[in-house]
Design a protein around this ligand. Structure first.
Ligand code: GDP
Ligand code: GDP
Length: 500
């Protein structure tokens, strides 16, 4: 899986960081469906431009201690950006002009090895754009004027960002090839050039390898304690391999008949370098995201005493969006007092209520301190990995879909009732289903959810998000015709909707 480069947006409050962030993510945010709403005021997002993908982080959105003065706050952001970002976008306010806290932040940013792009925002007019020249005084040659509010200059900024990214990793290249293959297959079926069952060999996916696991969670939740447990239990450490990013080290260990890789074990152990608790939290969040990019399955640790926090839900939301497997491990279970045989069941009920969008994820209570069920977590992660790679033969899938549709028709939308014709599984990891339909755009979200539930009833898919896409079926049969050029099929909108 791709280890995406990180672009951090820094700058003092009110310069327009979050407006810019939303503008860059705009298109994608619009298609994020209702269930993932925990990520509404998101701090991270996947962006794509000129065929490159990267993670964009709004450092301003990560709350620091409310009592901190602005200067301290900007400095913390700047330091984090230096530590974790591949490209830094330093936003200043073209209307307010250069301020002392801009200069202070610049002093910190100058120590960065990552390229810094200065963005003079709120340059809503040509005239303001000219004024922006004063920011050259900060000393960076790469300076652009934008109006995040109106979109002005944002495309140029994205060009500059993409140019500044480190070269594409082998993972990124492989992921792209897979995306293209999936798309082509789905299109062939949609256009009638392939039977729905054809090409069920999932060729591009056949590279299982070891299970790659990321341990995620807020500082102090017990990640390094769990790591030590897992590494300590007479399991042979096969090797330590450098991750693709800076100081990331992955640890490969023997497990069952195979191997698992614990991602960024160096990062899990890295601690104590950042001043405040809030800063440490931000720092670990970015680090976690990078680890997640390379993982198949995430084990998200939750503190049994504190319960599921907003930050936990945030990280989980990101796991879902990335289509990675998820295990929820409630740690420090030893600290829960007066446990009865109902305590865990109640806890699960509570988690399901708090985070209904995580209802597919298994929950396990553990104690990294005593070692209680620590092994079970790995077992679950490996199980989830298997579920994530499951493939359903097309014939079987279509019987299930026909049955589901017979039991319950899609609701009418704008006086039209979409007609689901057939479906195929286009990919594994995460399992991705393409439903071909008449009026595919009108398949209501609730009905997508219904179909997802039928799939889960029949096949489990425990711990893995599913992707459901709905595509328009062409009316006239197109078999035996010479292939069309990509994207020219009438009636095929090419639009997709993620379902998890
Ligand atoms: P942040 O604190 O740096 O994240 O700043 P926000 O994105 O919250 O923006 C602060 C204010 O500036 C909001 O009222 C925005 O609408 C406004 N703003 C952001 N970008 C622009 C812009 O390009 N032009 C103008 N005129 N206002 C902007
Ligand atoms: P990390 O920051 O997520 O890596 O968390 P650590 O593994 O460093 O743990 C933070 C603190 O919580 C340490 O003092 C641990 O001893 C303690 N801790 C970790 N797991 C458990 C547990 O299962 N039970 C109890 N009681 N304490 C734990």
């Amino acid at each position: 899986m791709a280890d995406l480069p990180v672009v951090a947006i820094v700058g003092r409050p009110n310069v327009g960081k979050s407006t810019l962030f939303n503008r860059i993510l705009g298109e994608r945010t619009a298609i994020v469906e209702d269930r993932a709403r925990t990520t509404r005021d998101r701090l991270y997002g996947d962006a794509e431009w000129n065929d490159r993908r990267f993670v964009i982080v709004d450092t301003g959105g990560l709350e620091v201690d409310p009592g901190d003065p602005i200067e301290a706050l900007v400095q913390v952001q700047a330091r984090m950006a230096i530590a974790e970002a591949d490209v830094i976008v330093f936003v200043v306010d073209a209307v307010a002009g250069l301020t002392p806290s801009d200069t202070d932040a610049a002093d910190v940013l100058r120590r960065s090895n990552a390229p810094v792009i200065v963005v003079a925002n709120k340059a809503d007019s040509d005239r303001r754009e000219l004024d922006a020249a004063e920011f050259f005084a900060l000393g960076w040659a790469s300076m652009l004027a934008t109006s995040a509010l109106h979109g002005r200059g944002v495309a140029d900024l994205l060009d500059v960002i993409v140019d500044a990214l480190p070269p594409e990793s082998a993972d990124e290249v492989a992921r792209k090839a897979r995306d293209v293959a999936d798309e082509r297959r789905a299109r062939d079926v949609a256009d009638g050039f392939a039977e729905p069952g054809e090409g069920d060999d999932f060729e591009a996916e056949e590279l299982p390898g070891p299970v790659r696991i990321a341990l995620l969670g807020r500082p102090n939740v017990g990640k390094s304690s769990l790591l030590n447990r897992l590494l300590g239990e007479e399991r042979m450490i096969v090797s330590e391999v450098p991750g693709t990013t800076r100081d990331a080290i992955d640890t490969r260990l023997a497990y069952g008949h195979g191997e698992v890789v614990l991602i960024d074990t160096a990062g899990i152990r890295k601690r104590g370098k950042v001043a405040s608790a809030a800063a440490a939290e931000k720092y670990s969040a970015i680090r976690s995201l990078r680890a997640l990019g390379r993982a198949d399955v995430a084990i998200l640790l939750i503190d049994a005493v504190e319960g599921l926090t907003a930050q936990d839900a945030h990280i989980a939301g990101y796991v879902v969006e990335e289509g990675k497997g998820l295990v929820l491990a409630v740690n420090k279970w030893d600290l829960v007092e007066d446990k009865t045989d109902r305590t865990f069941a109640r806890y699960i009920e509570w988690v399901r209520r708090e985070a209904p969008f995580l209802d597919f994820a298994p929950v396990v209570s553990i104690s990294a301190l005593t070692g209680q069920r620590a092994d079970r977590v790995l077992e679950l992660a490996v199980d989830v990995w298997g579920e994530r790679r499951r493939r359903i033969p097309t014939g079987e899938l279509n019987r299930l879909v026909a049955d589901a549709v017979a039991r319950q028709q899609p609701p009418t939308v704008r006086n039209r009732r979409p007609k689901i014709l057939y479906a195929t599984q286009a990919a594994v990891a995460p399992p991705t289903f393409v439903f071909f339909a008449k009026d595919a755009d009108d398949v209501h979200f609730s009905y997508q959810r219904y179909l997802e539930n039928r799939l889960r009833d029949a096949y489990g898919f425990i711990g893995t998000p599913l992707r459901l896409r709905f595509r328009e079926r062409r009316r006239d049969e197109a078999k035996n015709r010479p292939p069309r050029r990509p994207g020219t099929a009438p009636g095929s909108t090419g639009r997709t909707r993620p379902a998890s």
